[in-house]
Each structure stands twice: as C-alpha cells, then as structure tokens.
Design a protein around this ligand. Structure first.
Ligand code: GAR
Length: 322
C-alpha cells in the first residue's frame, strides 16, 4: 500500500472522535495514521487514551488569556515535529488564529455538531431543539478563518426524537460523528493520491506554459510543446505503468549522471522509469505525502525548455532578463 497520510488530532476533552480516528486507522487498508494527539487542556481525558494506544502526545499547558500566541507557536512546532500532513480539530474548543489557519490551509478539518450552515458556534443541540427542527446532525468541513464556515466535506443527519434533550441528542450525534469523521478523512486524504486528481493538478501546471497541449503518449497522459506535427513531449504521467507501483511524473533530466545523483540523494522522490529512463527521463513520484507542487512546476518548466522550439525559449529568456 502507498505511504499513509500523517494526521494530528487536537482535542479539548473526552476525545471520542479522536478515538474513532485511532481505531479506524488500525485497519490495514486505512489511508491515514494518527501520529500526534494534542490540545489546549493537559488534563483532557482523551490524551490518556491516546497514550495508552501508543500515540505520541504533546501535553501543552493551557494558554492563559495573554499567552495564546505562544500556545499556538508551541502547537505549530509540535505539529511540524510530527511531520503531520493534516490536522483534525476533534472537539478542540479554541478559536484558531488566522496565521495558523493560513499555514494549514486545505489541510485542517473540523467536526461540528450541527448541519452547517445551521448553528455555528456553541450550544448547537439546544438551538436545534428550540427551533423545533426534526433533524439535527454533524458536519466535517475544512477550516477557514470564518468560524465554522469553511467548505463542507460531509454531513450526517440525525433524527430528533420528541423527548430529546440537548444531552440525549448530543449523544446520538456523537455516534454519527464517529462514523462520519473517519470516512470523510479517508476520502479527503485519498483524493490527492488518486490518478485523476494528480493528472488535473499536473495539467493545470503544464498548461500555464506557452503552447502546451495534452496528448496521450503510449496510453499515458502526456503534455507537448510546439505545433501539432513538430511538437515534442516534455512531461508524461506514469500511472503504475509497466508494473511499477508509483504514480510519477516523467520529465527530462540533463542525462544519466544527473539522474543517478538525484535518485541517490532522494530515493523517496526520484526513480529511473522503465524504458524512458534510458533516454534521460526521470520519474518524480506524486503519490506521496507532502508533494511540493512548486518543485513539480519547476521541473515542468525545465523539461518544457528542453523540448520547446527556439522561438519560444528565446521569448522566455528575454522575459527572464528583465
Ligand atoms: C463533538 O461533538 C464535536 O462535534 C464538538 O465537540 C464534541 C467533542 O466530543 N465540537 C464542537 O462543538 C466544535 N465547535 P469528543 O471530545 O468526544 O470527540
């Protein structure tokens, strides 16, 4: 199986949603693993549970009101140390500062006990009952700087019973949360490893370069520069081709020496692809955690230059000179 996505979970209390993630991750085919549990309350019961399960726990002191910045800096360090790819807010009862949200943009998910956009903030169950709703529920969404306002990734409806109290309703919503969160997270982290998602991303980058068209190369998605006839391939997406297990972008290196040096320096990223390797194409793995897409864009541009006709590279060189 491909490398699993590394997930850190932040809690403030019981941590039953965190536990749901930990137990989901015990399945061998789960696409994520929990690498860190932390939060804003060192005595939170969920931390002991995580420790008992052998997970690294960062027990940070509760931030006094004037120490919030420091707390989030320490939290950020703990997250970086854990090499987490994603952060899950699972009952983490703190407003997240904007720069922290920005740093984890697209990689931080929250579980909220209502059917958003209904009932943001606290006391969601009492609000649903007071409004005489017939259904309540829970939502998993991406975290943005708008409180409980980021794009929704998944929801589960929970029927409201005539004699429900906020407590009885909360209890059933929790059961739904324990199903929803691991499933949505698994889908979300897998999305970036899917051939379709990777191809779209490469296509977006490749098509920002001049005179690029996409065309299949021996059954693989490819990108060419130059006209229909004289055009040349500069990038090919190898999706587990020739019995290889990787999804990788093939681009032109300067030759066998550079290829060997890169593979030796970063064997998790580079390999020599079957057939294409002989003519200087190097494979850049894209089905990994923390793909640096700026780096991919640099490679695409470099490879484009080797294949582009002079009239185009001249223009680019002239633009670069300014
Ligand atoms: C969960 O119901 C979660 O949706 C809610 O806190 C509870 C935590 O329970 N989160 C929020 O209200 C966030 N605004 P848990 O600690 O047992 O997972």
């Amino acid at each position: 199986m491909a490398e699993r996505a590394r997930v850190a979970v932040l809690i403030s209390g019981r941590g039953s949603n965190m536990a749901a993630l930990v137990y989901a991750a015990k399945a061998t085919d789960c696409p994520f693993e929990v690498v860190l549990v932390s939060g804003d309350r060192p005595e939170a019961p969920g931390l002991a549970l995580a420790e008992a399960e052998g997970i690294v726990v960062a027990r940070l002191a509760s931030p006094a009101s004037n120490q919030k910045r420091r707390f989030f800096e320490e939290l950020d360090q703990a997250l970086r140390r854990s090499s987490a790819d994603f952060v899950i807010l699972a009952g983490f009862m703190r407003i997240i500062p904007d720069d922290f949200v920005e740093a984890w943009s697209g990689r931080m998910l929250n579980i909220h006990p209502s059917l958003l956009p209904k009932y943001r903030g606290l006391v969601t169950h009492a609000a649903a009952l007071a409004a005489e709703d017939t259904v309540a529920g829970c939502t998993v969404h991406l975290v943005t700087s708008e409180l409980d306002g980021g794009p929704v990734l998944g929801q589960t409806e929970v029927a409201i019973l005539p004699d429900d109290t906020p407590e009885t309703l909360a209890e059933r919503v929790r059961i739904a949360e324990h199903q929803l969160l691991p499933r949505v997270l698994a889908d979300y982290v897998s999305r970036e490893r899917s051939p379709e998602w990777i191809e779209r991303r490469v296509d977006e980058l490749a098509c920002t370069l001049p005179e690029v068209t996409s065309r299949t190369a021996h059954g693989s998605p490819g990108w060419r520069v130059g006209g229909d006839k004289a055009g040349k391939f500069f990038a090919i997406l190898s999706v587990r081709h020739h019995g290889e297990e990787a999804i990788a972008l093939l681009v032109k290196s300067s030759g066998q020496d550079e290829m060997a040096a890169l593979i030796e320096a970063e064997p998790d990223i580079y390999y020599r692809p079957a057939y294409y390797g002989a003519s200087g194409w190097i494979a850049l793995r894209l089905d990994r955690s923390q793909v640096d897409w700026d780096h991919v864009a640099d490679w695409l541009q470099r490879s484009w230059r080797t294949a582009a006709p002079k009239r185009l590279t001249k223009l680019i060189d002239a633009a670069d000179a300014f």
